[in-house]
Structures are given as structure tokens and as C-alpha cells.
Design a protein around this ligand. Sequence first.
Ligand code: FE2
Length: 326
Amino acid sequence: MDVSRRDFIGAAGGFFAVSGLSGCLSAAADRAAGEQAVFEGRSPHERLSLAYSHVKVGLETPFSILHISDTHLCAADGRESEFKRGFAKRRTAVFGGRMEEALRDSLSWAKSNVDAVLHTGDLIDFQTEANYELVKKYFGEAPGMFGCPGNHEYQRRSEGDRIRNTGEYNNLSAAELQKVFPFDLHFNSTVVGGVNFVSIEQTYGFVTGDQVERFHAEVKKGLPIVLSMHVPFMTDEIWRASCRFWGGCGKKYRSAAIAAARGDYKRQIEDPTTSSFIAYLKKEPLLKAICAGHLHITIDDAFSPTAREYLVGGNFLFHGREILFT
Ligand SMILES: [Fe+2]
């Protein structure tokens, strides 16, 4: 997909014209009658917790994107089993019940403030017909939104389903999911303002040989590249923060030592295709940034001499990051 600046603005302008309202007001207009909005008295941008970053690639005309991740929509209705509806209820409580509103506010803000929206996965928490309908609805309303799937996109959560962190598990529902998302889930490229956003399905810490091959084909185009994926490639600081956040409460720092790699991080080190891809990326001058999510924390760190890696906190908590490219 090639979203030139003019194309994106044109598509978004067409969308604004439907309601005759500014993008920022449309979220309130979309809200279901009687639904109590969170932070009702605050202006739309104040309902978001935004981080701001700046990537310098030498462009003639600047542009910006909104990077969001991990919305974890939990919709389920009568088309699902009682088991799955019960699961949806528990997960809705886990994520606070404001997930759709957070997404709606984010996209509403994005319409009038940025040139494209990047979503790095876990848009849905698990597979239901109602979640699929929300995916289609929001991608339909935000023509400049693109990205990649997260591990939760592949979670079926049917009674007896055993989740495995493998490509084989993802393949069980890859074809079904592909009908719902408007881009190639395994690998896709979107050019915005002269920057090539290459998004890959990377949900458990490893990449595949064909993704590496396709990435090299993208490099041949000669454009600056932003790599987008769900699970970050760990640096010391990102791994430390991940261990800190997911390690639970009640521990003050008494050592700054980096914990031993495990899970996704261990796979990145031990999988030969992935470890050699990471080593190559660290020397690729066209790589200007990496965008990821999954950890539900906002952090950025140097990945290579030319690229920083940006993680954005959970969109279910109204988090997002505006990234300016110049
Ligand atoms: Fe995730």
C-alpha cells in the first residue's frame, strides 16, 4: 500500500465530510446514546496519554503518525458460546471496559492531527465475530491505519483450545483473520510521506526466512524504513523495563543487573534466523526506527546507530505516541 501524503489527507478529508464535524468532535457524536464517556469534561486530546518522539530522516516535508498498540477489544455476543461469553466478561474487567472508547478517541484525534495511524497488534484480545466486526469498522473509518497483528489476534479461546507460542498455532486461524484485516498480516509495506513502514507478523520473538527475504526486497527500494511488529526486539533497557513491569509490585531496585533472557527474548537470541536478522538490522543504514508494543509500557531505546526502538503503552489505557518524521 502506498499512502502518499496527498492520498491520505484526501481519504481522511472525505471521511470528515460525512459528518460535517471536526474529527475531534466525531467521537462524542459516535458514542452510543446514554453511554457515559470517561473524562467527559476534558478536551479530546486530554483524554489521551500521548508520548512524543522525533525521527530525523532528512525529509523535505515533515509528517507525523500516531502509533497505538494493545487495545485488547473484548466484544462477544450471542453468536459465541457461553464459555466464550464468560471469558469475554472477565477479560473486559481486566482491561477496564473502555477499550473501544480509547480506540475511538485515538482515531478521532488522529484524523485531524496526523497523516497515518500505525497499530502494532493486540487490537482484539481473542477471536469473536463481534471483535471481527469492530476491526472491519475501525479500519474502514480510518483509511490511513495500517500495521501488524499481535499474539492475541490468534487466540481462539474456545473451550479446550490450548494456546501455543508458535507459528503453527497462528496458522490455525491465519486464513480466517486475513479475511478481517485489510492488509497482509504476515508482511506488508506502507509508504507514508516517503518513509517505508514495513510491518511483519512477529508475535513470539522470532521471524521467518520468507519475512527476511521480503525485507531485503523492501531495502532495495532505497527508502528510509520503519520496522513495525508486535513483540519488540529486546535491548537491555527494554528488557529491564519489561521485567520490572511484569515482575509484579513490591520490589525496590537494589541491583541494576539485567535478568537472564527468557520467553520472547530467549527465542530472539536462540533462533538462528532471527538472531542473524537482528545482527543485520543493526548494520542496515536505511533502518530509521522500530515500532512495537506487547509489553504495555512506553519506552524507547537505541537499537542501532541509525534507529531507535519505540514501544507504546496499552491503548486500552488511552496510550499512544505521536512520532514526527522530518
Ligand atoms: Fe501482546
